[in-house]
Design a protein around this ligand. Structure first.
Ligand code: ADP
Ligand code: MG
Length: 654
């Protein structure tokens, strides 16, 4: 296999067909699917690899990479089934003893690419450091150490020790005294230990520079060279990086021995399993727009990027005031606190992380379903890194970008750099927001009915109703009001003037865009679902948020029953008690009959053409987000409803 094969990593697989995706598809399943695709593609392109590939197809997996049996077993125990492209290409080279330079985007599985060869050759009987991995931040060091540990757990007496700034020396010193064969550290703290004499790397066999580009960006060049100087001449060096700036070339020339270069290229720079949208918004309207989007969007966890450290705190505070569970992370926050915050995000005690680029670099939190670019990044590279925080390990994700009129150029650059047009989205209407609030209100009642205290209050309320002769619904309404502490429940239309002005802003944005970028614009629209609207008809289904339906469930059910394919679906807007779906105008009688018998969440959907009859609740013309339906297949998706009512959300759940 040629080393610089244009192998398709998990990064640019065709958009996953949500119809065929099962709810519980594990990340491993998703990855193996991706990699299968890449193997097929390779077979047709490279002659010399045909035989190997077909063999591998019969027996896919890690077995052919030269790893020893014990390690293969550990891999199996951890649950990796098929190597990612970077793993497939670098592991054999590392096992043969080569110095290797691996270039691949984040999320492509670089950690195991170096961890497995190292673990294969550690001498467990000796306790001195045999491998050193340098990573730019504490978070990344911990992540890499965790990953090593997950394999090492199945490999006997191998000890992995993370050492990083911010943690008390005591723990690290005793860890080092006890003996660890694998050290994962940040450059600064590694140097501290070298100078203290507590870390001896004179018998090191393997050195890894992980996220090397970021280490240079963060100014660790000298530190890295200082550490390299302490290592023995005879050692194997692996360097992993998402990009290849000149500094890295220099480093590799100087410190690596005939390095073999492996590059996993992706045609598009970004994950195609990430839906990317943008909203044109004037700066002063950002917070309002954000709140509306958060209210109507179902998300599990979200990371939100702003420009400055100060703004992380400010925005997190504003979100908390609006009832969301949000926290800030930035370089000024103490390491220990940052780590706690990330843990909270991981285990669901926190839903929104507001971060700067640096603080969030490399975070791997599977729960993150959305990346929100509240402030547009300074460069396209950052954008790619930002949105790489979602869509981890084969799952799908969504990225939303706010673009102010002045930032349209940057939007262009991002689209060029990622080779992927972003879809323009509309601001959720007041009706949509209110609809979502009503649905959540109903859900919170349903949830509270299960509380033990209900029985206690039931008798009190019954007594009150009899004594004061007040209808029960009035009492319930009074209690609901009480719970909201004086806040208005429904959002009001903005005063006309402000709206006009904002619309003008939007229009101006769009007009400008059209004039300046007509060609581009047309390209963008080609193939978009908007265009097909003439051939589409709006249908109404008798299920909605009340039945907890999700876009994925709708697409899945209709596709199965009606034999429809993914591309037959237009917009899907889910309301409290019904759903509007765009489907082809010319569906046959048979198909419609079949659809009529379809149930979702156990309820007949009673599909009918929607003829513009005004439904009881709104039909905000701007209707649902088209992107939403792509979320259906994600396993373990936890919607807002699981979180309890709005009132709950402000509280920290720890
Ligand atoms: P990178 O360092 O390239 O950003 P990571 O090594 O952090 O990527 O891997 C990203 C995610 O993919 C992790 O959650 C990891 O557990 C998962 N992963 C890596 N390789 C595989 C594989 N072969 N099969 C399944 N999951 C994998
Ligand atoms: Mg990594």
């Amino acid at each position: 296999m040629s080393i610089t094969d244009n192998a398709t990593g998990g990064e640019n697989v065709p958009e996953q067909n949500i119809v065929s995706e099962s709810q519980d598809q594990s990340q491993m399943g998703a990855i193996s699917h991706d990699e299968d695709t890449s193997r097929v593609a390779n077979t047709s392109e490279t002659n010399d690899s045909v035989q190997t590939d077909s063999e591998e197809n019969e027996q896919p997996g890690f077995a052919n990479l030269g790893l020893p049996k014990a390690v293969l077993k550990a891999v199996q125990k951890v649950g990796f089934e098929v190597p990612s492209a970077i793993q497939e290409q670098t592991i054999p080279l590392l096992m043969e003893g080569n110095d290797v330079m691996g270039l691949a985007q984040t999320g492509t599985g670089k950690t195991a690419a170096f961890a497995l060869p190292i673990l294969s050759r550690i001498d467990a009987k000796k306790r001195h450091p045999q491998a050193l991995v340098l990573a730019p931040t504490r978070e990344l060091a911990l992540q890499v150490a965790d990953s090593f540990q997950s394999f090492a757990d199945h490999l006997g007496d191998i000890h992995v020790l993370p050492i990083y700034g911010g943690q008390a020396y005591g723990i690290q010193l005793s860890g080092l005294r006890r003996g660890a064969q694998i050290i994962v550290g940040t450059p600064g703290r590694v140097i501290d230990h070298l100078e203290k004499g507590s870390l001896d790397i004179s018998e090191l066999k393997y050195l890894v520079l992980d996220e090397a580009d970021e280490m240079l960006n963060m100014g660790f060049q000298e530190d890295v060279e200082r550490i390299l100087a302490d290592t023995p001449e005879e050692k194997q060096v692996a360097l992993f990086s998402a990009t290849m700036p000149n500094g890295i070339r220099r480093l590799s020339k100087q410190y690596m021995n005939d390095p073999r270069e492996v590059q996993v290229k992706s045609e598009t720079r970004t994950n195609t399993n990430i839906t990317q949208r943008y909203l044109s918004v004037a700066h002063r309207n950002k917070l309002d727009a954000l709140t509306r989007i958060l209210e109507v969007t179902e998300f599990e966890a979200m990371i939100m990027f702003v420009r400055t450290k100060h703004e992380t705190e400010e925005l997190a505070e504003k979100l908390r005031a609006r009832g969301f569970s949000a926290a800030a992370i930035n370089g000024d926050i103490a390491q220990a606190q940052r780590e706690r915050t990330v843990d909270q995000l991981k285990d669901g005690r926190l839903d929104i992380l507001v971060a700067t680029d640096v603080a969030a670099r490399g975070l791997d939190v599977e729960r993150i379903t959305h990346v929100f670019n509240y402030d547009i990044p300074n460069d396209t590279e950052s954008y790619v890194h930002r949105i790489g925080r979602t869509g981890r390990a084969g799952r799908s994700g969504e990225a939303i970008l706010f673009v102010t009129p002045r930032e349209r150029r940057m939007l262009r650059s991002i689209e060029r750099a990622t080779n992927a047009p972003l879809t323009e989205m509309d601001l959720p209407t007041v009706d949509e927001v209110n609809d979502s609030r009503k649905a959540k209100f109903a859900d919170s009642i349903t949830e509270s009915l299960e509380n033990d205290q209900v029985a206690v209050f039931r008798s009190l309320i019954k007594a009150y109703a009899e004594e004061h002769d007040v209808p029960l619904e009035d009492i319930a309404a009074a209690l609901a009001t009480q719970a909201r502490a004086g806040d208005e429940f429904l959002m009001k239309e903005q005063p006309v003037q402000r709206r006009d002005r904002r619309d003008r802003d939007f229009d101006r944005d769009r007009g400008d865009r059209r004039d300046r970028d007509r060609g581009d614009r047309r390209d963008r629209d080609r193939g978009s679902r908007f265009e097909r609207s003439q051939d589409m008809q709006l249908y109404r289904l008798a299920v909605g948020k009340r039945q907890h339906v999700r876009p994925g469930a709708i697409v899945g059910a209709l596709a199965n029953e009606g034999g429809l394919s993914n591309k037959d679906f237009g917009r899907i807007s889910i309301f409290a008690d019904h759903t509007l779906v765009e489907l082809p105008k010319n569906m046959s009688r048979d198909v419609l009959d079949n659809l009529r018998d379809t149930r979702i969440s156990g309820q007949l959907i009673n599909i009918e053409r929607d003829n513009g009859r005004p439904p009881r609740d709104n039909r905000g013309g701007r209707g649902g987000f088209r992107g939403d339906r792509d979320r259906g297949g994600r396993g373990g998706f936890r919607g807002d409803r699981d979180r309890g009512g709005r009132g709950d959300r402000g509280r920290w759940r720890d």
